[in-house]
Design a protein around this ligand. Structure first.
Ligand code: DGY
Length: 322
């Protein structure tokens, strides 16, 4: 009997094909809609492996329904949707998808930073709504990026890849992280700062920390208050790292200049969301790693993690010792 693997979203058959001999796949058949919770709870009942997305909460309740489960292969580098401690207690391995998405996510982070600074979306909308009548000196003038100071909060792989892009723009790179990164300091000239110092000195504050109990609402009223009035805040981590009401106030009362947001607290958000309505916000629907190539690599890494575990090998990218 092949182990049953439940896949929580419709993914290309061509990706599953090389693993068909080994696994009995069952899949939620919708590509753009998450599996309803009650269906998921039923499906995991006899599943030995789960390939899931950040749209699923893999919590204790679900793990209690999944007595045969050996591995949760989460298609994201972030795993705040998984109760890793509960999984570990139950001997379930949890894996994520680091590395394969680093460059793609860093590209998007930099694109969002630039789009926010140079008001690219607003400028494009300006033409589309037929508002362009004259050229004028300060029409849609934004902020320069080159030779400014970027402050990266969370200097993991993606943070370092963003720093290397920033060097190409002659930026001064500051970072804050739980531990010092000697390689980034030597190779990229990144300078370590305490959190408050970074907030006070950076022209661009970029949030790339994982969401944990310690980083929840890290960017609160006090944090925005410490930033420059000209600062641009960019978040490509998780919405939970930000107090969104405090950010709204900071953006509307001139505490900071603008924000580029790829992530929000309760995703998906609608056009009615208070932050989306602001002209000084560029909002994206959580597309940090969304290139066709990278999304396929992430799925393949999930499948390779499943294959490794069922072949008695170590998973390639574990986040616990299931
Ligand atoms: C991740 O991998 O954690 C992203 O947020 C989704 O690509």
């Amino acid at each position: 009997m092949k182990p049953v693997i439940y896949v929580t979203r419709k993914i290309p058959e061509s990706l599953l094909e090389p693993y068909q001999d080994q696994f009995a796949f069952r899949m939620w058949e919708k590509a753009d809609e998450p599996v309803p919770r009650d269906v998921l709870l039923k499906e995991v009942n006899d599943a030995e492996g789960l390939l899931c997305l950040l749209t699923e909460q893999i919590d204790r309740e679900l793990l209690d329904h999944a007595e045969k489960l050996k591995i949760v292969a989460n298609m994201a580098v972030g795993f705040d949707n998984v109760d890793v401690a509960a999984a570990e207690e139950k001997g379930v391995t949890v894996t994520n998808t680091p590395d394969v998405l680093t460059a793609t996510t860093a590209d998007l982070t930099f694109a969002l930073l630039m789009a926010t600074a140079r008001r690219i979306v607003e400028a494009s909308e300006y033409i589309k709504k037929d508002a362009w009548e004259n050229w004028s000196p300060y029409l849609l003038a934004g902020a320069d990026v080159h030779q400014k100071t970027i402050g990266i909060v969370g200097m993991g792989r993606i943070g370092q890849a963003v720093a290397s892009r920033a060097k190409g723009f002659d930026m001064n790179v500051l970072y804050h992280a739980r531990s010092r990164k000697p390689d980034a300091e030597q190779e990229l000239g990144a300078v370590y700062k305490e959190f408050d110092e970074l907030l006070a000195e950076a022209d661009f504050v970029v949030c790339l920390v994982p969401l944990t109990d310690e980083t929840a609402n890290l960017f609160d009223r006090e944090a925005f208050g410490k930033m420059k009035r000209s600062a641009v805040f960019v978040n490509v981590s998780r919405g939970g790292t930000v107090d969104e009401n405090a950010l709204y106030d900071a953006l509307t009362d001139g505490t900071i200049r603008a924000a580029g947001l790829d992530v929000f607290k309760g995703e998906p958000i609608s056009a009615d969301h208070q932050l989306v309505k602001l002209a000084n916000v560029v909002a994206l629907p959580h597309i940090g790693s969304a290139s066709e190539e990278t999304r396929s690599k992430m799925l393949k890494l999930c499948l390779d993690n499943l294959a490794a575990v069922f072949n008695g090998k170590d998973p390639l990218t574990p986040v616990n010792n299931g």
